[in-house]
Design a binder for this molecule. Structure first.
Ligand SMILES: [Zn+2]
Length: 70
């Protein structure tokens, strides 16, 4: 018997090298892909995209490792 479990990515607080997230974190709507800043979301009465969808994925922080392609 094989149990297949798919893990669903959720918006969680990531305890990484970043000490405190004071900058704006941007989220992308899962449906239309619109980027919304965390500060803009907190301003709204409810977490909701302009398209009405409520599921967002956290965008990667601006600090990205750059790898030289040879
Ligand atoms: Zn949307």
């Amino acid at each position: 018997m094989i149990n297949m479990v798919e893990e669903v990515e959720q918006i969680e607080e990531e305890a990484e090298e970043t000490p405190v997230e004071t900058f704006d974190v941007s989220y992308s709507c899962l449906r239309c892909g619109t980027s919304v800043l965390n500060s803009e979301l907190s301003r709204l009465p409810e977490i909701k995209c302009i398209c009405g969808f409520r599921v967002f994925t956290k965008d990667r922080p601006p600090v990205v490792k750059t790898v030289k392609a040879i």
